[in-house]
Design a protein around this ligand. Structure first.
Ligand SMILES: Cc1cc2nc3c(=O)[nH]c(=O)nc-3n(C[C@H](O)[C@H](O)[C@H](O)COP(=O)(O)OP(=O)(O)OC[C@H]3O[C@@H](n4cnc5c(N)ncnc54)[C@H](O)[C@@H]3O)c2cc1C
Length: 503
């Protein structure tokens, strides 16, 4: 039963009617690539019951979106195979579509859309998805509804955008108990829904066989054919859930002290869940639940929330500092970015969102002499004087990941080593989105823009180039952490990679 209180998550994409002659309610998965813990699916089930029409779930993978590559396509296709399996088990009518040059989305999907009485889709506020939803709203004959299943709190419940974690945090804490209780269904059921068996299935759907993935990857045109999958990174919900389980079991208890340590993946204490979150293969709500239930001796309930810590980044959710620290990243920091986009959905955000002090400081120092100046190509090839920066860049290129602390250092240095903040931003956006599995996300922009002073305060002393923007250095990173195992790991990766890749 979809709670009325969750209607705040639903918005109308257009003012068109629900078509009586329509054969089904269509849920088009464009972002939340999962059949559990998903408010969009819950609402679609509710509509199927209300209008007494079968529910069809369509998931599509577009071919040549910006920054597309075999790396991202493989991750998505592996995920799609998991969803097909999940649909078979739970009995949902699931139509997977993969775009190839001989099977274009624009030529095939309209035949599915025009048979719908009503279309529901994910309200993802960033990248090409907002514009795509707008176009869809115009093209459809029937009503389009968009549902926000981006986080634990409904993003529409916030009255405005916030530019500081300390401002959103108390508001998030106020909303947490109710949102936690109103979470989406962990195991939605198809039983009892109008029977979809009489609905004819299109003949151009993806088979769901994993063996076919390489053939599809060959066929699918993409922007960056040379950006290949990293064998250690498997896409899909199953792998996301496995990583979550492993994180809760072995890393959560070290999170607050060790999450920032750059380490090889097998000893790292962060969760590595960001790609699965980005592609909607796992939900924030189930991660929150797993983490709050991590202590078998405690049956966690909202009564455990410690309201005397309202607005603080420790002590609020749980007595365990690791749980608080993790939830502060997953909720406060993640929601800051999602809210920024949700309140004005767009492909990207840029330097115009910086606070005035940061804009002025960068302007004042725009003609400062740069100690090092690198071209985009030199940066992409990890060809700088700084071995730590080079290692981080190589990790990004080779594995599609970079640990959070290094990501901050990585961004800061590009500002120092390029001729303008605008050039630095364009390079960071491009490299992040091209190589990172979790790129093209609201968090990408929160992270990159944080390097330029967004969501932060002025720092002193004022320095060349960065002005009052927080400064970070490789020297202090080397003093702060034992980097040897990490640097050796990257060296090993590089030795195993294609010769000349970083020439
Ligand atoms: C320059 C730069 C670029 C970044 N680009 C991205 C990006 O493209 N995609 C992306 O998801 N994150 C990005 N981040 C934020 C952060 O680095 C990653 O979310 C985090 O490293 C993901 O690793 P994890 O899943 O192991 O995180 P964990 O530490 O295990 O945290 C769990 C989850 O909390 C959220 N989270 C953690 N740290 C942050 C943070 N600082 N800001 C916002 N959310 C956070 C993420 O969803 C993450 O998956 C960027 C940060 C910087 C400085």
């Amino acid at each position: 039963m979809f709670s009325e209180k969750n209607l705040i998550r639903v918005r109308e994409g257009n003012k068109k009617p629900v078509l009586e002659e329509g054969e089904y309610i269509l849920y088009w998965i464009r972002a939340n690539r999962r059949l559990a813990w998903n408010h969009c699916l819950d609402y679609s089930i509710h509509l199927s019951q209300k209008f007494k029409k079968p529910l069809i779930i369509l998931e599509s993978i577009m071919m040549d979106f910006e920054w597309s590559s075999p790396r991202l396509h493989t991750f998505l296709l592996e995920g799609l195979c998991d969803t097909i399996e999940e649909a078979e088990k739970s009995g949902f009518a699931f139509w997977p579509f993969v775009e190839t040059p001989d099977k274009r989305l624009k030529d095939h999907i309209p035949s599915i859309l025009e048979r719908a009485a009503l279309v529901v889709t994910d309200d993802f506020p960033c990248f090409f998805l907002p514009e795509h939803a707008e176009k869809l709203a115009e093209d459809l004959k029937c009503k389009l509804l968009l549902v926000d299943s981006n986080s634990i709190t409904p993003l529409a419940s916030y009255e405005q955008t916030f530019y500081y974690s300390r401002v959103i945090r108390p508001r998030l804490h106020d909303r947490f108990a109710e949102s936690y209780v109103l979470h989406s269904d962990p195991k939605p059921k198809s039983k009892g829904l109008p029977d979809p068996r009489n609905i004819s299935k299109p003949d151009f759907l993806f088979s769901g066989r994993k063996e076919e993935i390489p053939e599809y990857i060959q066929k699918m045109k993409c922007k960056y054919p040379d950006v290949l999958p990293f064998p250690g990174r498997i896409g899909g919900r199953k792998e996301g859930l496995r990583l979550l389980k492993q994180f809760v079991k072995t890393s959560l208890s070290h999170y607050s002290k060790e999450r920032s340590e750059p380490r090889p993946p097998d000893t790292m204490k962060a969760s590595s869940l960001s790609p699965y979150l980005h592609f909607g293969m796992i939900s924030v709500e189930e991660i929150v639940t797993a983490v709050l239930d991590s202590d078998p001796k405690v049956e966690w309930s909202p009564d455990f929330l410690n309201h005397s810590y309202r607005g603080k980044n420790e002590g609020f959710f749980h007595p365990d500092p690791n749980v608080n620290s993790f939830l502060d990243e997953l909720l406060t920091w993640r929601e800051l970015g999602y809210l920024l986009f949700y309140r004005s959905p767009s492909f990207r955000k840029d330097l115009s969102i910086l606070p005035d002090w940061a804009k002025q400081s960068l302007l004042l120092h725009s003609s400062d002499k740069r100690e090092y100046l690198y071209t985009k190509e030199e940066l992409e090839n990890a060809n700088t004087h700084d071995p730590i920066w080079n290692a981080a860049q190589k990790e990004l290129v080779l594995t599609g990941s970079m640990q959070n602390y290094l990501r901050m250092l990585w961004g800061k240095k590009v500002i120092e080593w390029t001729s303008s903040p605008e050039e630095a931003f364009a390079i960071l956006e491009d490299l992040n989105h091209k190589y990172a599995y979790d790129g093209r996300d609201p968090n990408s922009y929160t992270g990159i823009l944080w390097c330029f002073g967004a969501f932060d305060r002025p720092w002193f002393p004022e320095r060349a180039v960065l002005g009052n923007i927080r400064y970070m250095s490789s020297e202090s990173t080397a003093k702060k952490f034992k980097l040897k195992p990490y640097l050796e790991y990257i060296k090993g990766l590089e030795e195993g990679s294609e010769p000349g890749l970083f020439a």
